[in-house]
Design a protein around this ligand. Structure first.
Ligand SMILES: Nc1ncnc2c1ncn2[C@@H]1O[C@H](COP(=O)(O)OP(=O)(O)OP(=O)(O)O)[C@@H](O)[C@H]1O
Length: 250
């Protein structure tokens, strides 16, 4: 199967000399949903910022759908193919209406007229927000704004959807609705989260990053059931939650 993402030997030190990544290897096949877990300061955000070239690898390489991210001539195409949904939807929504926010990326990429309209409609339908197209984003609830933020990224038809803490600040119903939406999408997903039950619900596979290296990569249910691994890397399940008792959906 074609890899959506291939990270090989990725190392990175911030300009102040702090080494955040020490040779990370990660391959994600097209259509997989993978959770990126790890304690605070593990390097998760640093890794994500390499996926669309915001940070430049100190050593190693990142490839998205076969395109080398480090190669400046591919930067626009790589940014289209890697859709990052930030934790705060207000970082992503800045236009007067939902429709204009979702149209912004495709319009910048050259889409116009009926084609642009169809693209916006499809993206909003995929997140169940089509009826909100004419509303100002700031009149929507947080959960609705997060769904629109996902639509702004989907409108670009990304190769891989990267979500930073997608369940944060959502009430239980919105959390489940977003999970249903993400499960329905035919796209590769990399989800950064501290919400371990959400990782288990949505991602058959998880990668644990700790101290700037991958310390585990496997089935989410197995990793979350590994008490020694969990303790060693400050991963804690909610009180009373037993990952072994959950029936995992595909
Ligand atoms: N701009 C920066 N300059 C120097 N060091 C940084 C910078 N940004 C992050 N770091 C350091 O790099 C390491 C990895 O940080 P990163 O934000 O990638 O972790 P994270 O896994 O995303 O954490 P969290 O779960 O808290 O979001 C940390 O030790 C952090 O202090």
């Amino acid at each position: 199967m074609t890899a959506s993402l291939e990270v090989k030997g990725l190392a990175y030190a911030y300009p102040d000399g702090h080494q955040a990544l020490f040779g990370v290897d990660l391959a994600i096949a097209r259509g997989e949903r993978v959770a990126l877990l790890g304690p605070n300061g593990a390097g998760k955000t640093t890794l994500v910022l390499h996926l669309n070239g915001i940070l430049e690898a100190g050593a190693g390489s990142v490839t998205v759908a076969g395109l080398p991210v480090g190669d400046r001539k591919h930067v626009a195409e790589v940014r289209r193919r890697v859709g990052i949904v930030f934790q705060d939807p207000d970082d992503q929504l800045f236009m007067p209406t939902v429709r204009e926010d979702v149209a912004f990326g495709p319009a910048a990429a050259g889409l116009r007229g009926a084609e642009l309209e169809a693209c916006v409609r499809k993206a909003l339908e995929r997140v169940g927000m089509a009826e909100f197209a004419d509303r100002p984003p700031h009149h929507l609830s947080f959960g609705q704004r997060r769904r629109v933020a996902v639509a702004t990224v989907l409108a670009m038809e990304p190769e891989i959807l990267v979500l930073d803490e997608p369940s944060s600040n959502l009430d239980p119903a919105s959390r489940r609705e977003l999970a249903d939406i993400l499960r329905s999408l035919d796209v590769t997903v990399l989800m950064v989260t501290h919400d371990l039950p959400y990782a288990l619900e949505l991602c058959p596979r998880s990668v644990v990053l700790s101290g700037g290296t991958v310390v585990a990569d496997g089935r989410t249910q197995e990793l979350l059931s590994d008490d020694a691994l969990m303790r060693a890397h400050r991963l804690e399940l909610p009180y009373g939650f037993d990952p072994r008792s959950v029936t995992v959906r595909g």
